[in-house]
Ligand binder design. Structure first.
Ligand code: SAM
Length: 314
């Protein structure tokens, strides 16, 4: 037998076959069989509580990277790298990748799967407890990053709202979310999916649905359908509002009791020391009917209403 060969499973392979195979596994985790090899190697157990559904479809991976429009000039913030499937692809496309992962058992795996990715920094932390403004300052000199992630679905809204409300410098947020959540983000008045999340997302960003993704693209399979959505942040909000916090308080109150008239919902929420008649007068000054329901209002109408309350309560 030639020196550079080994015998296995009745076949002869070059001596470096195992090294080559290992390298192939470690550099393309988007293939299901490679993910399985890595999970076996580390005896990894999925933690359902952490929303761990790893991507195992190379086409979907490319869709996400394409939708995020990553170039070598970009610094990417990845939430929840898992075993590093998307991180590897991001590392090839971006100038720099900062990946925040909460599960300590994934950290040694990431050290292995990302060992060839010099432009990746993994941070072992809970994304919801991370000071992202400081992180962007330290890792990208405060310049806008691109957020890319296959999100842990149990904290989709706090992650996205945290980025918006804390004004973390971000050019875009391209994320895998539950399909139903993606629909809510894009909905307008008249749709049953329209709500506080639709208005918040559309105040801060322009949503674009990049792909629908079925459960068989993940391991383990989630019980819900998924979608990739890109949120391109506005340079300036599309409406003028004097007091953002007040507008969002009105929106929460309106959708907290969406079957009630807006007057009743706002009165019950007790945001202002005003009786129903006084609230009705403010609605009228914003050009709204007395019996209007909050779920029919556009973002511009909520902004006008917030401005009318700011004037009234000055
Ligand atoms: N990016 C990987 C992929 O696409 O295969 C994994 C995505 S998996 C849907 C979500 C990831 O987020 C998991 O790795 C999970 O451990 C991580 N995660 C869950 N909660 C987190 C948190 N609070 N902070 C940071 N990462 C979290």
């Amino acid at each position: 037998m030639p020196r550079e060969s080994v015998r296995a499973a009745g076949r002869i392979f070059p001596e470096n076959y195992r090294d080559q195979k290992e390298r192939e596994i470690m550099t393309d985790l988007s293939r299901a069989e490679n993910t399985i090899e890595v999970l076996k190697k580390y005896h990894f157990q999925f933690d359902k509580k952490l929303g761990q559904n790893f991507l195992i479809d190379p086409h979907v991976l490319q869709k996400i990277i394409g939708a995020a429009d990553i170039t070598k000039d970009d610094c990417v913030l990845e939430v929840g790298p898992g075993i590093g499937t998307m991180t590897q692809a991001l590392s090839r496309a971006a100038g720099k990748v900062v990946a925040v992962e909460v599960d300590g058992s994934l950290i040694p795996i990431l050290a292995d799967t990302l060992s060839g990715c010099d432009n990746v920094k993994v941070i072992h932390q809970d994304i919801l407890k991370t000071d992202l403004n400081r992180l962007v300052q330290e890792e990208n000199a405060g310049k806008p990053v691109k957020v890319v992630a296959n999100l842990p679905y149990y904290i989709t809204t706090p992650i996205i709202m945290g980025l918006f409300e804390r004004h973390v410098p971000a050019a875009s947020i391209t994320v895998m979310v539950q399909k139903e959540v993606a629909e809510r983000m894009q909905s307008g008045p008249g749709s049953k999916n329209y709500g506080a999340l639709s208005l918040a997302v559309q105040y801060y960003a322009e949503p674009y649905l990049a792909a629908n993704v079925p459960p068989n693209c993940f391991m383990p399979r989630p019980n819900v359908a998924s979608a990739v959505i890109r949120l391109t942040l506005h340079d300036r909000p599309p409406v003028f509002v004097q007091d953002e916090a007040l507008m969002f308080a009105l929106i929460r109150a309106a959708f907290g009791q969406r079957r009630k008239t807006l007057v009743n919902a706002l009165h019950n929420a007790a945001i202002f020391p005003l009786d129903k008649e006084q609230i009705g007068d403010v609605l009228a000054s914003a050009g709204l009917r007395e019996n209007v329901r909050g779920e029919t209002l556009t973002l511009a109408q909520f902004a006008a209403l917030a401005n009318a309350f700011s004037e009234r309560c000055r």
